[in-house]
Design a protein around this ligand. Structure first.
Ligand SMILES: *Cc1c(COP(=O)(O)O)cnc(C)c1O
Length: 359
């Protein structure tokens, strides 16, 4: 029987997991996944297509992705004495870090609620995941709970999304520094939303030998490319590089990312627009009755409805053609919470009008 064979051979932690679920979004205004709503000027698009037409698809990509790394080093301000590891999205980097650090008795730790992949990747690889609750009122770090969990579990890695997803806040810098100093293992600062927050731990890499900084181009407007970057001391990066599969960054991704990052002013301008629109969206959401809104340093906003209305609101928005993220039931601190990505001004208006009509 197939079922018995699967039960015998597939590891129990994999059978216990559920695949990452993405809701159907065809035909909907997509405000669920922190994507950039903007496209590129026609001139840039033509130039990009020209570059792509010159790519040799019959050849393997350059394994070390030298040009792209040099470009990223420049655009992301990576200190010259630090090394870079590239991943097929930062999801792959989280996987590489977790797998490299795995072993009997090993743990990884993160405050929760946070980006779900830290837990999901640890669990399918049979590594103990320690989630430490954030403070319920403003989702700041509970520093004493973090420090005692670090002391107790001696995690091989602490993951800190900064700004945090789905709460949108930056954790206090001095609290993060105390965590870095107290941890005997690695601390990975996941700066996926760096472009919207404008703050970074990149220039603290020299100060702490257990610190790594992770970035992605996904939230910059290149989610379809799948490219993430991990920066840190070569002593760490060289080890992770042995676990990375040799050609993990395809040639189309290498050429496309190198091209658009050479014109990053276009993406920076889009990010600036998104930050302006985030403030408008925050103000107008706050003015709606029965809604609690949390300030955000990222390109999304977390808000809470009345506890008996969250599913009606979510489904009502979908019936209006708008897809956001329903976080109710994903963590006890996120009861009745929804997360909306900052879209283009017209998308945001349609969302606000639909939401207003549902309250
Ligand atoms: C979206 C997100 C990522 C995923 O990035 P990819 O590069 O698209 O895999 C990583 N970390 C956080 C905190 C995110 O919100």
């Amino acid at each position: 029987m197939l079922r018995e064979k699967v039960a015998r051979w597939i590891r129990p932690e994999v059978r216990a997991a559920t695949a990452y679920h993405v809701l159907e979004s065809r035909g909907l205004i997509k405000l669920d996944a922190m994507e950039n709503p903007y496209t590129w000027p026609a001139r840039l698009k033509d130039e990009w297509l020209q570059r792509l037409s010159e790519v040799s698809l019959n050849r393997y990509p350059e394994p070390a992705a030298r040009d792209l790394k040099a470009r990223l080093r420049d655009v992301m301000n990576v200190p010259s004495d630090m090394d870079i590891l590239l991943g097929n999205g930062s999801d792959e980097l989280i996987q590489i870090v977790t797998v490299t650090l795995s072993g009997p008795g090993r743990s990884v730790l993160a405050p929760e609620p946070t980006f779900v992949m830290y837990r999901a990747i640890a669990e399918v690889h049979g590594i103990n995941f320690v989630g430490v609750p954030l403070r319920p009122d403003n989702f700041s770090l509970d520093l004493s709970a973090m420090l005692s969990a670090i002391k107790k579990y001696q995690p091989a890695a602490v993951f800190l999304a900064w700004p945090n997803n789905p709460t949108g806040n930056l954790f206090d810098v001095s609290a993060v520094e105390q965590i870095i100093r107290s941890a005997s293992g690695l601390v990975v600062m996941d700066e996926a939303y760096h472009t919207f927050a404008g703050e970074s731990f990149m220039d603290r890499l020299q100060a702490y030998d257990n610190l790594l900084v992770m970035r992605t181009v996904s939230k910059l407007g290149l989610a379809g490319l799948r490219l993430g970057m991990l920066a840190g001391q070569s002593g760490w990066i060289n080890e992770f590089d042995k676990v990375r599969l040799p050609y993990n960054i395809g040639v189309l991704t290498q050429v496309s990312a190198d091209f658009i990052l050479a014109h990053h002013g276009v993406l920076d301008e889009q990010a600036r627009q998104i930050c302006d629109d985030r403030q408008t969206l925050f103000r107008e959401l706050s003015a709606l009755p029965g809604i609690k809104v949390w300030p955000s340093r990222a390109n999304f906003i977390l808000f809470r409805t009345a506890s008996d209305r969250v599913n009606d609101v979510f489904e009502g928005l979908r019936a209006h053609g708008i897809l956001i993220k329903n976080l109710d039931g994903t963590h006890e601190l996120l009861q009745a919470c929804l997360r909306v990505t900052v879209g283009g001004p017209e998308e945001n208006d349609r969302f606000l009008n639909a939401l207003g009509s549902l309250l």
